[in-house]
Every structure is written in C-alpha cells, then in structure tokens.
Design a protein around this ligand. Structure first.
Ligand code: NAD
Ligand code: 13P
Length: 343
C-alpha cells in the first residue's frame, strides 16, 4: 500500500497548531505518511503580503498563530481544490461558518476510499434535523469521517504544553491512523468508537463557555461558575442522549472531549473571554469578535442559536434552560442578570 497523503483544510488558530503537529509527525512516521503536508489557506493580505507567501517563506502563520514555527513540509496552498489533490487523508479544521462553501468546491472531486477527520466544533441544523459535521462531510464527499475534539486551546498545544484529546472513529484502523498523525509525548490522543459523542461535546460546551464568561463578567465567583459547568454538562449529556442514538455516555466523563474540554473552555477559551467583555463593555458580540480576536471566529453564540432553533422545532426548549437562557441573552437583549433565573 502507498503512503497516506495528508491535506489540511483550514489554517486558523487551531488549524495552524494542528498542522504543526501533523507536519512533524508526517516526517517522524515517514513509513506511513508522505512528507509534504499541504494546508489550505483562505488567502488574505497581512501587512501588504499574501498570507500564503508569508507562511511559505517564514513558516509562521503571522495572523492566526504568530510566533510559532511550522515545519517546512507544511505548505500553504491558496486554492482549496489544489490543496487536496491526490490526498488520501483530509483534516477539516475550519470555523463551521465556512464549511458549506468548501464542501461545495470539493464535491465530486474526492476519490473513493479517502478518509477524513473533522476538528470542527458546531452542529448543522436544518429545521427539525440536526447533524454533526463529520456526518455532513461524509455525506457530501462520500468519505469515512472521524472526529477529533478535546481540551485543546490552540495556543497552549502550539507550545507543547501537556494536553489530551479524543478521536472518535468509525473504523478502528482509521482511529489508529489519526492517532499516528496527531499524537506526541505532550499531546495524548485517545481513540473511541463514538464520533457523535466526541463531536457533540465539542459543539455544546461552547454554549456553556459563553455562560461561564457571563458569570465572569457579572463577577459572580467560582461557585457560580462551577454550578454553570455542572448544569451545562447535564444539558450536554441529556441533549445527546435525547436526540442521538449512538452516543456513549462515558465520553462525557472519561474523555478529554467531554468534561475536560468543558473545563478548559470555561476557564480559558475565546467564547468565555468575549462573553465576559460582553457584560463589561455592553458591546455586541460581532463587534467584540472583530476587536478582540483579530480574524478568529466565535462559535458558542452561533451554536446557541442553532440549538435553540432545533429545540424550538422539536418543542423541547423547556428541557434545556441553560442553553435557552444563553440564546436569549446573546440574541434577544434578555438582561444578563437573568442568567440564573430559569436554572
Ligand atoms: P479561527 O477561529 O482562527 O478562524 C480563522 C480562520 O477562518 C482562518 O483560517 C481564516 O482564514 C478563516 N476564514 C476567514 N474568513 C473566511 C472565509 N470567508 N472563508 C473561509 N475561511 C475563512 O479558526 P480555528 O481556531 O482554526 O478553528 C477551527 C475549528 O476548530 C472551529 O470549529 C473551532 O471551534 C475549533 N477549535 C478551535 C480551537 C482553538 O483553540 N482555536 C481549539 C479546538 C477546536
Ligand atoms: P474557544 O473557541 O472558546 O477558544 O474554545 C477553544 C476550544 O475548543 C478548546 O478546546
């Protein structure tokens, strides 16, 4: 069998951090992977230069992961179709807002037998239907798609601070392949047969992280934040068990994708940070995203809206008071001091 040819689709904060690891491991496991790892970069000008040129000359993504050297075998490609040419292993790691456009470009152009993995945190909602992005990718491209999620704040992983993550696989050998690509001594990868659980934990914890940021903005303290995390974890679990058949309950408590990601996001993530600023500055989230994140994207408020729309269409809003409160505060001017009123 030939070597696996990896392509990375997305080059933001997490995309760049994971490309650094994949590039290193493609060289270490040269028996399994082709050394060159193309990464699709949405082209933009940074200080008067193309971002792809900056990455390919300095080996630093100056906009989304400044100060971190990427291995030279990670090659920035501005054309998404070109970036996946001949690839056998596709890594989707882009804000969910942009996945639809990318899939439209790739549809019909991916060979049979190609494997994929989604590192995207979010859910796809259409009326009363809800899908994880691994399923969306699988269906649109005809590939087998795993999922990776965990307590993985990109800036910390990028400087090799010890962290863990979870890969949910369809077939064990695919889980093992992704583990080969991503595991390092300081980035531990556990593999589980639970693509839906891994994906949903990563999506839903972002709503709870917004709630934690509101707690910080209100200066309610640690007990309140712990309560929000506990209630959030229960709503996450109930949501998964109510609407998905194949989720494993152990994923919530035993995996990095579950409780550990919830904790790190409620302590240190971008959703938490901007939600705190939302309370303190009274500016809207879209303005805060622009002012505070330099092009990086918020997920939690959008997932809150997607989950609200889904629950509304299923007539189940009252089962999820924390999720609903976050939606109402973020999108409907509900006063933030009503945060705990329905809990
Ligand atoms: P990001 O938040 O840094 O987003 C910026 C990316 O969006 C850039 O690559 C930019 O080029 C791209 N972009 C901007 N406009 C675009 C357009 N019109 N079309 C296409 N792309 C466009 O991205 P990220 O941090 O890499 O996050 C990707 C996924 O990984 C998200 O689902 C996120 O929740 C998840 N994730 C992030 C982290 C983290 O710490 N950053 C950790 C784990 C998981
Ligand atoms: P934020 O998007 O809130 O920064 O969360 C990052 C993350 O998913 C950490 O695992």
């Amino acid at each position: 069998m030939g070597k696996e040819r990896v392509a990375i689709i997305g080059s933001g904060n997490w995309g760049s951090a994971i490309a650094r690891i994949a590039g290193q491991n493609a060289k270490i496991h040269a028996d399994v992977f082709e050394e060159r790892v193309p990464i699709w970069v949405f082209e933009e000008q940074v200080d008067g230069k193309k971002l792809t040129e900056i990455i390919n000359t300095t080996h630093v993504n100056a906009k989304y992961l400044p100060g971190i050297k990427l291995p030279e075998n990670v090659v920035a490609v501005p054309d998404v179709i070109e970036s996946v040419k001949d690839a056998t292993a596709l890594v989707f790691v882009l804000p969910h807002q942009f996945l639809g456009g990318v899939l439209q470009s790739l549809e019909g152009k991916i060979e049979k037998g190609v494997k994929a993995i989604s590192l995207i945190k979010g859910v796809d909602v259409e009326g009363s239907d809800i899908h994880i992005y691994a399923d969306v990718i699988e269906k649109r491209l005809g590939v087998s798609c795993s999922a990776l999620s965990g307590a993985n704040i990109a800036d910390e992983v990028a400087i090799d601070k010890f962290s863990e993550t979870t890969v949910g696989y369809r077939k064990k050998e695919e889980g093992e392949l992704w583990q080969r690509l991503f595991a390092t001594p300081n980035f531990r990868v556990n593999i589980v047969a639970d693509v839906a659980g891994v994906s949903l934990c990563g999506a839903l914890k972002n709503i709870v992280a917004v709630a934690a940021g509101l707690v910080d903005g209100l200066e309610y303290g640690n007990n309140s934040k712990a309560a929000i995390m506990r209630i959030g974890l229960i709503e996450m679990k109930n949501f998964c068990l109510e609407f998905f058949d194949d989720v494993k309950v152990e994923t919530f408590l035993e995996e990095s994708a579950g409780v550990a990601d919830l904790i790190t996001s409620c302590l240190g993530g971008r959703n938490r940070k901007t939600a705190e600023a939302f309370v303190k500055t009274k500016k809207p989230f879209d303005q805060l995203e622009k002012e505070m994140l330099n092009g990086q994207k918020l997920q939690g408020i959008h997932t809150a809206k997607d989950v609200h729309n889904f629950l509304h269409s299923r007539n189940r809003i009252e089962g999820y008071p924390l999720f609903e409160t976050i939606y109402q505060i973020c999108w409907h001017d509900t006063p933030v001091d009503k945060l705990t009123a329905r809990l």
